[in-house]
Write a protein that binds this ligand. Structure first.
Ligand SMILES: *Cc1c(COP(=O)(O)O)cnc(C)c1O
Length: 340
Protein backbone atom coordinates (compact mmCIF):
# COMPACT_ATOMS: atom_id res chain seq x y z
CA UNK A 1 0.00 0.00 0.00
CA UNK A 2 1.24 3.48 -0.91
CA UNK A 3 -0.28 5.37 2.00
CA UNK A 4 -0.73 9.07 1.26
CA UNK A 5 -3.70 9.64 3.59
CA UNK A 6 -1.65 11.60 6.10
CA UNK A 7 1.83 12.18 7.48
CA UNK A 8 0.56 10.54 10.69
CA UNK A 9 0.56 7.02 9.20
CA UNK A 10 4.30 6.43 9.52
CA UNK A 11 5.81 3.46 11.35
CA UNK A 12 8.76 3.79 13.75
CA UNK A 13 11.99 2.53 12.20
CA UNK A 14 13.92 -0.31 13.90
CA UNK A 15 16.48 2.27 15.14
CA UNK A 16 13.72 4.41 16.63
CA UNK A 17 12.16 1.39 18.32
CA UNK A 18 15.58 0.53 19.77
CA UNK A 19 15.94 4.06 21.15
CA UNK A 20 12.52 3.72 22.77
CA UNK A 21 13.30 0.34 24.33
CA UNK A 22 16.57 1.62 25.74
CA UNK A 23 15.30 4.97 27.05
CA UNK A 24 15.88 5.73 30.73
CA UNK A 25 12.50 6.56 32.30
CA UNK A 26 10.95 7.79 35.55
CA UNK A 27 7.69 9.28 36.83
CA UNK A 28 7.39 12.42 34.72
CA UNK A 29 4.54 13.88 36.79
CA UNK A 30 7.09 13.98 39.61
CA UNK A 31 9.68 15.42 37.19
CA UNK A 32 11.74 12.20 37.24
CA UNK A 33 11.80 11.14 33.59
CA UNK A 34 15.23 11.96 32.13
CA UNK A 35 14.16 11.24 28.54
CA UNK A 36 11.12 13.55 28.69
CA UNK A 37 13.29 16.23 30.31
CA UNK A 38 15.93 15.83 27.58
CA UNK A 39 13.28 16.13 24.87
CA UNK A 40 11.74 19.23 26.46
CA UNK A 41 15.14 20.88 26.86
CA UNK A 42 16.11 20.09 23.26
CA UNK A 43 12.87 21.43 21.78
CA UNK A 44 13.01 24.59 23.89
CA UNK A 45 16.60 25.20 22.80
CA UNK A 46 15.80 24.58 19.15
CA UNK A 47 13.00 27.15 19.24
CA UNK A 48 15.00 29.62 21.33
CA UNK A 49 12.52 29.53 24.23
CA UNK A 50 13.04 28.89 27.94
CA UNK A 51 10.96 25.76 28.40
CA UNK A 52 8.74 23.12 26.81
CA UNK A 53 6.05 20.69 28.01
CA UNK A 54 5.58 17.29 26.35
CA UNK A 55 1.96 16.23 25.75
CA UNK A 56 0.12 13.30 24.15
CA UNK A 57 -1.31 15.21 21.16
CA UNK A 58 -1.28 18.41 19.13
CA UNK A 59 -4.88 19.05 20.08
CA UNK A 60 -3.95 19.00 23.75
CA UNK A 61 -0.98 21.36 23.28
CA UNK A 62 -3.21 23.87 21.48
CA UNK A 63 -6.04 23.63 23.97
CA UNK A 64 -3.70 23.86 26.96
CA UNK A 65 -2.13 26.94 25.32
CA UNK A 66 -5.56 28.55 24.90
CA UNK A 67 -6.50 27.75 28.49
CA UNK A 68 -3.24 29.12 29.83
CA UNK A 69 -3.51 32.41 27.88
CA UNK A 70 -7.20 33.20 28.48
CA UNK A 71 -10.04 33.54 30.97
CA UNK A 72 -13.62 32.37 30.32
CA UNK A 73 -15.46 35.05 28.34
CA UNK A 74 -12.36 36.12 26.42
CA UNK A 75 -12.22 36.10 22.65
CA UNK A 76 -9.47 34.63 20.48
CA UNK A 77 -8.70 35.65 16.90
CA UNK A 78 -7.87 33.00 14.32
CA UNK A 79 -8.33 32.04 10.69
CA UNK A 80 -11.75 30.64 9.72
CA UNK A 81 -10.42 27.15 8.87
CA UNK A 82 -7.81 26.95 11.61
CA UNK A 83 -7.36 23.46 13.06
CA UNK A 84 -7.96 24.85 16.58
CA UNK A 85 -11.45 25.94 15.53
CA UNK A 86 -12.26 23.42 12.79
CA UNK A 87 -10.93 20.10 14.00
CA UNK A 88 -10.60 20.18 17.78
CA UNK A 89 -14.11 19.20 18.81
CA UNK A 90 -15.24 22.65 19.93
CA UNK A 91 -12.40 22.68 22.48
CA UNK A 92 -12.06 26.48 22.75
CA UNK A 93 -15.68 26.83 23.96
CA UNK A 94 -15.76 23.63 26.02
CA UNK A 95 -12.35 23.75 27.70
CA UNK A 96 -11.51 27.46 27.92
CA UNK A 97 -14.92 29.15 27.66
CA UNK A 98 -13.67 31.48 24.93
CA UNK A 99 -15.37 32.62 21.74
CA UNK A 100 -13.60 32.53 18.39
CA UNK A 101 -13.38 35.59 16.13
CA UNK A 102 -12.75 34.12 12.67
CA UNK A 103 -10.75 35.92 10.00
CA UNK A 104 -10.98 34.97 6.33
CA UNK A 105 -7.64 33.64 5.11
CA UNK A 106 -5.83 33.39 1.81
CA UNK A 107 -4.14 29.99 1.98
CA UNK A 108 -4.58 30.21 5.76
CA UNK A 109 -2.75 33.55 5.89
CA UNK A 110 -4.27 36.78 7.23
CA UNK A 111 -2.82 40.28 7.64
CA UNK A 112 -1.97 42.52 10.56
CA UNK A 113 -4.66 44.91 9.26
CA UNK A 114 -7.26 42.11 9.53
CA UNK A 115 -6.21 41.49 13.15
CA UNK A 116 -6.49 45.22 13.89
CA UNK A 117 -9.93 45.27 12.33
CA UNK A 118 -11.10 42.43 14.58
CA UNK A 119 -9.99 43.98 17.87
CA UNK A 120 -12.68 44.89 20.39
CA UNK A 121 -12.64 48.20 22.20
CA UNK A 122 -11.71 47.80 25.87
CA UNK A 123 -15.25 48.32 27.11
CA UNK A 124 -17.47 46.16 29.37
CA UNK A 125 -19.89 45.54 26.46
CA UNK A 126 -17.39 43.45 24.54
CA UNK A 127 -15.55 40.23 25.08
CA UNK A 128 -11.90 40.82 25.92
CA UNK A 129 -9.71 40.11 22.85
CA UNK A 130 -6.86 38.18 24.36
CA UNK A 131 -5.06 35.88 21.94
CA UNK A 132 -4.21 35.60 18.25
CA UNK A 133 -3.46 32.15 16.77
CA UNK A 134 -1.48 31.46 13.59
CA UNK A 135 -1.26 28.04 11.91
CA UNK A 136 2.05 27.24 10.19
CA UNK A 137 1.90 25.36 7.95
CA UNK A 138 -1.85 25.61 7.42
CA UNK A 139 -3.52 22.21 7.22
CA UNK A 140 -6.81 22.83 5.40
CA UNK A 141 -5.27 25.05 2.74
CA UNK A 142 -2.82 22.28 1.86
CA UNK A 143 0.30 22.92 3.92
CA UNK A 144 0.66 26.59 3.03
CA UNK A 145 3.42 28.57 4.72
CA UNK A 146 2.68 31.64 6.88
CA UNK A 147 5.35 34.19 5.83
CA UNK A 148 7.63 35.42 8.63
CA UNK A 149 7.24 39.11 7.64
CA UNK A 150 3.46 38.84 7.98
CA UNK A 151 3.89 37.17 11.36
CA UNK A 152 6.20 39.98 12.47
CA UNK A 153 3.67 42.66 11.54
CA UNK A 154 0.92 40.74 13.37
CA UNK A 155 3.21 40.40 16.40
CA UNK A 156 3.68 44.17 16.39
CA UNK A 157 -0.10 44.68 16.63
CA UNK A 158 -0.22 42.12 19.45
CA UNK A 159 2.49 43.99 21.35
CA UNK A 160 0.77 47.35 20.94
CA UNK A 161 -2.59 45.92 22.00
CA UNK A 162 -1.28 43.69 24.79
CA UNK A 163 -2.43 40.48 23.09
CA UNK A 164 -0.80 37.08 23.25
CA UNK A 165 0.35 35.27 20.11
CA UNK A 166 0.28 31.47 19.71
CA UNK A 167 1.43 29.32 16.78
CA UNK A 168 -0.22 26.00 15.99
CA UNK A 169 2.94 24.50 14.58
CA UNK A 170 1.84 20.90 14.04
CA UNK A 171 3.79 21.19 10.76
CA UNK A 172 6.21 23.92 11.90
CA UNK A 173 9.17 21.69 11.00
CA UNK A 174 7.90 21.62 7.40
CA UNK A 175 7.69 25.43 7.31
CA UNK A 176 11.31 25.67 8.52
CA UNK A 177 12.54 23.02 6.08
CA UNK A 178 10.79 24.68 3.14
CA UNK A 179 11.89 28.27 3.86
CA UNK A 180 15.31 27.68 5.42
CA UNK A 181 14.26 29.97 8.28
CA UNK A 182 15.59 28.64 11.60
CA UNK A 183 13.14 27.38 14.20
CA UNK A 184 14.32 30.08 16.61
CA UNK A 185 13.82 32.92 14.12
CA UNK A 186 10.38 31.68 13.15
CA UNK A 187 9.34 31.16 16.79
CA UNK A 188 10.69 34.48 18.11
CA UNK A 189 7.51 36.59 17.66
CA UNK A 190 5.37 34.08 19.58
CA UNK A 191 4.51 33.69 23.25
CA UNK A 192 3.83 29.99 22.71
CA UNK A 193 4.36 27.50 19.91
CA UNK A 194 2.98 23.98 19.69
CA UNK A 195 5.03 21.49 17.68
CA UNK A 196 4.23 17.92 16.73
CA UNK A 197 6.50 14.86 16.63
CA UNK A 198 4.03 12.38 15.17
CA UNK A 199 3.40 14.03 11.79
CA UNK A 200 6.25 14.59 9.31
CA UNK A 201 8.95 13.77 11.85
CA UNK A 202 7.57 10.25 12.13
CA UNK A 203 7.53 9.60 15.89
CA UNK A 204 4.69 7.48 17.26
CA UNK A 205 3.34 9.85 19.90
CA UNK A 206 3.38 13.40 21.09
CA UNK A 207 3.59 17.14 20.76
CA UNK A 208 5.16 19.87 22.84
CA UNK A 209 4.18 23.36 23.88
CA UNK A 210 7.10 25.79 24.00
CA UNK A 211 7.38 29.21 25.66
CA UNK A 212 8.70 31.11 28.68
CA UNK A 213 9.45 29.23 31.91
CA UNK A 214 6.59 31.04 33.67
CA UNK A 215 4.12 30.31 30.87
CA UNK A 216 5.13 26.63 30.80
CA UNK A 217 4.56 26.36 34.55
CA UNK A 218 0.96 27.47 33.94
CA UNK A 219 0.68 25.07 30.98
CA UNK A 220 1.97 22.17 33.10
CA UNK A 221 -0.86 22.75 35.58
CA UNK A 222 -3.49 22.73 32.83
CA UNK A 223 -1.92 19.68 31.18
CA UNK A 224 -2.49 17.83 34.49
CA UNK A 225 -6.04 19.20 34.71
CA UNK A 226 -6.80 18.04 31.17
CA UNK A 227 -5.48 14.57 31.97
CA UNK A 228 -2.20 14.81 30.07
CA UNK A 229 0.23 14.20 32.93
CA UNK A 230 2.02 10.99 31.96
CA UNK A 231 4.23 8.75 34.09
CA UNK A 232 7.07 6.77 32.39
CA UNK A 233 6.52 8.81 29.20
CA UNK A 234 10.21 8.54 28.31
CA UNK A 235 9.23 5.39 26.39
CA UNK A 236 7.41 7.55 23.83
CA UNK A 237 9.46 10.72 24.28
CA UNK A 238 12.50 8.71 23.13
CA UNK A 239 10.79 8.21 19.78
CA UNK A 240 10.15 11.94 19.51
CA UNK A 241 13.75 12.75 20.44
CA UNK A 242 15.03 10.24 17.89
CA UNK A 243 12.77 11.73 15.21
CA UNK A 244 13.96 15.26 15.94
CA UNK A 245 17.60 14.26 15.77
CA UNK A 246 17.44 11.94 12.76
CA UNK A 247 14.34 12.61 10.67
CA UNK A 248 14.04 16.40 10.54
CA UNK A 249 16.54 17.11 7.78
CA UNK A 250 14.80 14.72 5.41
CA UNK A 251 11.51 16.70 5.35
CA UNK A 252 12.72 18.43 2.17
CA UNK A 253 12.40 15.03 0.45
CA UNK A 254 8.70 14.96 1.35
CA UNK A 255 8.35 18.42 -0.19
CA UNK A 256 10.13 17.33 -3.38
CA UNK A 257 7.88 14.27 -3.56
CA UNK A 258 4.78 16.43 -3.08
CA UNK A 259 5.91 18.69 -5.92
CA UNK A 260 6.60 15.64 -8.09
CA UNK A 261 3.10 14.36 -7.33
CA UNK A 262 1.53 17.74 -8.12
CA UNK A 263 3.41 17.97 -11.43
CA UNK A 264 2.31 14.45 -12.32
CA UNK A 265 -1.33 15.14 -11.46
CA UNK A 266 -1.28 18.27 -13.59
CA UNK A 267 -1.04 16.14 -16.71
CA UNK A 268 -4.11 14.01 -15.91
CA UNK A 269 -7.38 14.80 -17.68
CA UNK A 270 -10.16 15.64 -15.22
CA UNK A 271 -7.81 16.56 -12.36
CA UNK A 272 -7.58 20.18 -11.25
CA UNK A 273 -4.38 21.01 -9.40
CA UNK A 274 -2.19 24.08 -8.88
CA UNK A 275 1.39 22.90 -8.29
CA UNK A 276 2.39 26.45 -7.25
CA UNK A 277 0.05 26.10 -4.25
CA UNK A 278 1.97 23.03 -3.09
CA UNK A 279 4.56 24.57 -0.78
CA UNK A 280 5.29 21.67 1.57
CA UNK A 281 4.04 18.06 1.91
CA UNK A 282 0.29 18.33 1.29
CA UNK A 283 -1.26 18.02 -2.17
CA UNK A 284 -4.94 18.96 -2.58
CA UNK A 285 -6.57 18.31 -5.93
CA UNK A 286 -10.03 18.31 -7.42
CA UNK A 287 -11.93 15.71 -9.39
CA UNK A 288 -15.21 16.32 -11.27
CA UNK A 289 -18.86 15.48 -10.46
CA UNK A 290 -18.64 14.86 -6.70
CA UNK A 291 -16.53 11.78 -7.47
CA UNK A 292 -13.90 12.16 -4.71
CA UNK A 293 -15.26 9.29 -2.56
CA UNK A 294 -15.56 6.97 -5.55
CA UNK A 295 -12.08 7.78 -6.85
CA UNK A 296 -10.54 7.26 -3.42
CA UNK A 297 -12.33 3.92 -3.03
CA UNK A 298 -11.15 2.66 -6.37
CA UNK A 299 -7.58 3.78 -5.77
CA UNK A 300 -7.51 1.99 -2.42
CA UNK A 301 -8.20 -1.24 -4.33
CA UNK A 302 -5.23 -0.41 -6.55
CA UNK A 303 -2.99 0.04 -3.51
CA UNK A 304 -2.97 3.84 -3.24
CA UNK A 305 -4.58 5.30 -0.11
CA UNK A 306 -5.79 8.92 -0.22
CA UNK A 307 -8.42 10.89 1.71
CA UNK A 308 -11.51 12.56 0.25
CA UNK A 309 -11.58 15.97 1.95
CA UNK A 310 -14.77 17.13 0.25
CA UNK A 311 -17.20 15.99 -2.48
CA UNK A 312 -14.73 17.04 -5.21
CA UNK A 313 -11.47 17.33 -3.28
CA UNK A 314 -8.84 14.73 -2.50
CA UNK A 315 -5.85 15.11 -0.22
CA UNK A 316 -2.48 13.41 -0.51
CA UNK A 317 0.25 13.89 2.09
CA UNK A 318 3.80 12.76 1.44
CA UNK A 319 5.67 11.21 4.33
CA UNK A 320 8.78 9.23 5.16
CA UNK A 321 7.19 5.88 4.23
CA UNK A 322 6.68 6.96 0.61
CA UNK A 323 9.54 6.93 -1.89
CA UNK A 324 9.95 8.92 -5.10
CA UNK A 325 9.34 5.76 -7.10
CA UNK A 326 6.06 5.17 -5.28
CA UNK A 327 4.99 8.73 -6.13
CA UNK A 328 5.38 7.88 -9.82
CA UNK A 329 3.36 4.68 -9.28
CA UNK A 330 0.65 6.67 -7.49
CA UNK A 331 0.43 9.15 -10.37
CA UNK A 332 0.06 6.24 -12.79
CA UNK A 333 -2.69 4.65 -10.69
CA UNK A 334 -4.57 7.96 -10.43
CA UNK A 335 -4.27 8.48 -14.19
CA UNK A 336 -5.67 5.00 -14.81
CA UNK A 337 -8.58 5.52 -12.44
CA UNK A 338 -9.44 8.87 -14.02
CA UNK A 339 -9.50 7.25 -17.46
CA UNK A 340 -12.13 4.74 -16.27
C1 LIG B 1 -2.82 17.41 13.23
C2 LIG B 1 -2.92 18.81 13.64
C3 LIG B 1 -3.17 19.16 14.98
C4 LIG B 1 -3.55 18.17 16.06
O1 LIG B 1 -2.70 17.14 16.28
P1 LIG B 1 -3.19 15.78 16.97
O2 LIG B 1 -1.92 15.25 17.51
O3 LIG B 1 -3.78 14.97 15.88
O4 LIG B 1 -4.16 16.12 18.04
C5 LIG B 1 -3.18 20.50 15.29
N1 LIG B 1 -2.98 21.44 14.36
C6 LIG B 1 -2.76 21.15 13.08
C7 LIG B 1 -2.52 22.25 12.11
C8 LIG B 1 -2.72 19.82 12.66
O5 LIG B 1 -2.51 19.54 11.37
Amino acid sequence: MIDLRSDTVTQPTPEMRQAMVNAPVGDDVLGDDPTVSALEAYVAELLGKEAAVYMPSGTMTNQVALRSHTQPGDEIVLEAEAHIYYYEGGGPAALSGVSCRLLPGEGGVFSAAAVKGALRPRDPHFPRTQLVCIENTHNRSGGRIFPLETIQSIAKVCQEQDLRLHMDGARFWNACAATGISEADYARPFDTVSVCFSKGLGAPVGSALVGSAAQMQVARRFRKMFGGGMRQAGMIAAGALYALEHQRDRLVEDHENAQQLAQGLQGIKGVVIDPAAVETNIVNFEVPDDSAEAVVKELAQDGVALLASGPCTIRAVTNLMVTRQQIDLAVEAIAQTMRR
